[in-house]
Design a protein around this ligand. Structure first.
Ligand SMILES: Nc1ncnc2c1ncn2[C@@H]1O[C@H](COP(=O)(O)OP(=O)(O)OP(=O)(O)O)[C@@H](O)[C@H]1O
Length: 256
C-alpha cells in the first residue's frame, strides 16, 4: 500500500516561557519518524505533554519543525506545498468542540461556512442535508442554534464541517476525549463508517488506548517526544517498550 504521509526525523523545540529571554528551549519532539499508509487509520497515543498536539500542528502545516530538523511529506510533496495545491483535502477535528464552532451559529450557518470558504457554489442546502445525514443528525432542525445541542451533537457538526470539503486525510486530535463514554462509542462508530464510505486516511490522536485500538490499524506510542513503539493493532501482545507495556497493561492484563 502507498504511503500518504511520511514524517522523517522531526525535531521541534520551543522557547521556554518566563526565562527572561535567555533563549532556553524545551525539546518537545526528538527525531520522530513514521508513515501513514493511504486508507488506513494510524493512532498516536501518549500521555499529556508527550508532544502529540505539537506533532499534529506540524502535520497540519500550522507550524514548522526546527530549521533543517526533519521533513513531512504528503503524497511525496512537502506538507505546506501539498496543502496549498490541495485546498480542503486535509481536515482536522479538535477535542474542544465547544470553541471549534461559534455557539451563536445555527446548524445551517455552521456547516455552510466551510462550504462557502472552500468556494462551493450551487445548492448549499442540499449539501448541508447530505452532510447532516452522513453524520447522523436530524435534517429538519437546521435553524437550531449550536448552543442548544449536546456535546455529542456538536462534535457531529464539527465532523460534518471537517468532511464538507471531501478531505483525503483527517486528523482527529483528541476528538472524542471530552465526550461521555457512551457518546464516545457512537462517535467512534461514525468515524469508522465515514472512513470507509469516503475512503479517508486518519491520524487519530488520543490518550485512551481502548479507543485507539478500536479504530486504528497501527498504533504509535509517543513518550517524551519519541516514538518508543510502533505496533499493528493485531500485535498488541508483542509490545516491547516498557512505557507502551504500562499503557497496555492498564487495558489488557499483561505481566509487566
Ligand atoms: N507553542 C508552544 N510554546 C511553548 N511550549 C509549547 C508550545 N506548544 C507546546 N509546548 C510544550 O510542548 C510540550 C508538549 O505539548 P503538547 O501540547 O504537544 O502535548 P500533548 O501530548 O498534546 O499533551 P495533551 O495530551 O495534554 O494535550 C508541553 O510541555 C508544552 O508545554
Amino acid at each position: 500500500m502507498k504511503n500518504l504521509v511520511e514524517v522523517k526525523n522531526i525535531h521541534k523545540s520551543y522557547l521556554k516561557v518566563g526565562m527572561n529571554f535567555s533563549g532556553t528551549r524545551i525539546q518537545v519532539l526528538n527525531g520522530v519518524t513514521f508513515d501513514i499508509e493511504e486508507g488506513l487509520c494510524v493512532g498516536l497515543i501518549g500521555e499529556s505533554g508527550s508532544g502529540k498536539s505539537a506533532l499534529s500542528r506540524l502535520i497540519l502545516g500550522l507550524d514548522k519543525p526546527d530549521k533543517g530538523q526533519g521533513t513531512i511529506h504528503i503524497q511525496g510533496q512537502p506538507v505546506r506545498q501539498w496543502i496549498k495545491k490541495n485546498p480542503g483535502k486535509i481536515s482536522v477535528v479538535f477535542q474542544d468542540f465547544a470553541s471549534s464552532v461559534n455557539p451563536m451559529y445555527t446548524i445551517r450557518e455552521a456547516i455552510s461556512e466551510p462550504l462557502r470558504a472552500s468556494g462551493q457554489r450551487g445548492n448549499i442546502d442540499a449539501k448541508i442535508d447530505e452532510l447532516l445525514q452522513k453524520v447522523g443528525l436530524f435534517l429538519d432542525a437546521k435553524d437550531r442554534y449550536i448552543h442548544e445541542l449536546s456535546g455529542g451533537q456538536i462534535q457531529r457538526i464539527c465532523i460534518a464541517r471537517a468532511i464538507s470539503t471531501n478531505p483525503k486525510f483527517l486528523v482527529l486530535d483528541e476528538a472524542i476525549s471530552s465526550l461521555d463514554v457512551s457518546v464516545q462509542t457512537q462517535i467512534l462508530d461514525l468515524l469508522q463508517q465515514l472512513q470507509v464510505e469516503m475512503k479517508m486516511t486518519y491520524l487519530f490522536i488520543a490518550h485512551d488506548l481502548q479507543a485507539v485500538s478500536h479504530l486504528c490499524n497501527k498504533i504509535l506510542f509517543l513518550y517524551k517526544g519519541e516514538i518508543v513503539e510502533e505496533l499493528h493493532s493485531g500485535q498488541l501482545a508483542n509490545v516491547q517498550n516498557h512505557y507502551a507495556k504500562k499503557l497496555l497493561g492498564s487495558v489488557i492484563p499483561f505481566e509487566i
